[in-house]
Design a protein around this ligand. Structure first.
Ligand SMILES: CC(C)(COP(=O)(O)OP(=O)(O)OC[C@H]1O[C@@H](n2cnc3c(N)ncnc32)[C@H](O)[C@@H]1OP(=O)(O)O)[C@@H](O)C(=O)NCCC(=O)NCCS
Length: 163
């Protein structure tokens, strides 16, 4: 089992948060396909390689280290002050509820703030209660709803927080 210290710090004994590398992409793509009804294609994930906001949580297992989860966040210009955008976040099914997403999100938001972003936004499926609860814990607030945002007709909640 993966453990992250109570404050979600990535210094915990058996999980490390680091920048994603090319060698991680196949694993990330597999997780992406396993957890999302409309996964990002490999090429989209690949296009974020080298971006500081593309992070993985690496966990030790008996077979060696593996990717437990990942986040992709970047900034977009917004009237002078960049806006942070959390674009993708997923944790492998058997590493959930262990603080992995918390550790990833904490580091990603800190990087966005360092990049000068004044606030961060994200879109989440309206029925994704677990993710919405996680984001609320981070201070994200529901700002608006975009009807039919997803190709299956589902609405997206846009959530925003100051950094
Ligand atoms: C949402 C997701 C990223 C959460 O990852 P995680 O590593 O399990 O999250 P954490 O362990 O850091 O959870 C922190 C807190 O968030 C809330 N939370 C997370 N998942 C939850 C769930 N399924 N149900 C209810 N609350 C949940 C809880 O309050 C949790 O604290 P607790 O475990 O002490 O109760 C993960 O379930 C996932 O990958 N889901 C599929 C992909 C997805 O929906 N991504 C988000 C797209 S916007």
């Amino acid at each position: 089992m993966t453990t992250v210290s109570s404050d979600g710090a990535e210094s915990a004994s058996d999980i490390r948060i680091r920048t994603a590398e090319r060698a991680d992409l196949l694993e990330i793509h597999r997780i992406e396909q396993a957890v999302f009804p409309q996964p990002w294609p490999f090429s989209a994930l690949e296009s974020y390689l080298g971006e500081s906001g593309f992070l993985v949580a690496e966990a030790d297992t008996d077979d060696g280290p593996r990717v437990a989860g990942y986040v992709i966040a970047d900034t977009v210009p917004n009237h002078g002050t960049p806006l942070g955008h959390v674009k993708d976040l997923a944790v492998r099914e058997d590493n959930r509820r262990e603080g992995v997403a918390t550790a990833l999100l904490r580091r990603a938001l800190s990087l966005l703030a360092s990049a000068g972003a004044g606030s961060a936004k994200l879109e989440v499926r309206a029925d994704n209660e677990g993710a919405i609860r996680l984001y609320r814990q981070f201070g994200f607030e529901h700002r608006k709803t975009i009807p039919n945002y997803y190709s299956n007709g589902e609405d997206a909640l846009v959530m925003v927080r100051l950094l």
